[in-house]
Design a protein around this ligand. Structure first.
Ligand code: CU
Length: 241
């Protein structure tokens, strides 16, 4: 079920992501579901309903803020390790403002953190390793030296320093193309955030970024409201027929 929800979300997100020409995607037509004009004529009180429904059904496709999250662990590292450390990360990516907010909480590291970044893109989703995509040698202001801590920083993705220089070179040569490639990797579950320590130079804890489930739930909830209203209209039409 969870996987299905995630997939559904990816379709929505992908629709937006593929719109590279600056135009809005074609509006979803409700006429194939019911005839709004007939209902408007019969029921002035629900004149606004088709418009509201359209808004509810279409608004997720216009979202500009992508929310990803993950749990960090040694078990998720490659190769897996026995670190007792845990953590979580949330990434908020705005592809219009071109900002990426990174929020990380961690504790229990076996040595002070030496670096943290996002790596992308792996060859396959949720497995393997990839080079560093974001700022090197570590996220600006990350609490290096600490075995536990919190981090919250907003990156401007239009500046080269927000990326690993080699990631820009390998992905079109500009921050615009690099930003698009990073977001695509996140949506494809081919990016991971990790924290390195001296004990585990290759990474002590990590987690692959996924589209956040709570956000997906909100989208599904909106769709559910729209479908519920459609069912109500169908009942109304039947009763009046
Ligand atoms: Cu790393």
């Amino acid at each position: 079920m969870l996987r299905k929800i995630l997939r559904a979300s990816h379709v929505t997100e992908a629709l937006r992501f593929n719109r590279t020409d600056g135009t809005k995607p074609a509006a979803f037509s409700l006429s194939s579901v019911f005839n709004p004009q007939k209902i408007v004529n019969k029921h002035p009180s629900i004149r606004l309903l088709p418009g509201i429904l359209l808004l509810l059904l279409c608004s997720p496709a216009y979202a500009t803020m992508y929310h990803f999250d993950t749990a960090l662990s040694g078990a998720a590292e490659s190769p897996a390790n026995a670190s007792p450390a845990i953590g979580d990360a949330n990434v908020f990516y705005d592809d219009v403002a071109q900002t990426m907010r990174v929020v990380v909480n961690f504790s229990g590291l076996t040595a002070g953190a030496t670096a943290s970044h996002i790596h992308a893109a792996t060859a396959a989703p949720n497995t393997g390793t990839a080079g560093v995509a974001t700022q090197t040698p570590t996220f600006a202001g990350f609490p290096t030296g600490a075995t536990a801590g919190s981090y919250d920083h907003i990156f401007n993705m239009t500046v080269a320093s927000s990326f690993n220089a080699s990631f820009i070179t390998a992905n079109g040569g500009s921050t615009t193309s690099a930003s698009a490639a990073l977001l695509a990797a996140m949506l494809a579950e081919k990016s991971y955030l990790n924290i390195h320590t001296s004990t585990f130079p290759g990474g002590e804890i990590r987690g692959f970024l996924h589209v956040s489930v709570p956000d997906t739930g909100a989208t599904v909830g909106l769709l559910g409201m729209g479908l519920g209203a459609l069912a109500g209209i169908a009942r109304l039409r039947k009763a009046r027929a």
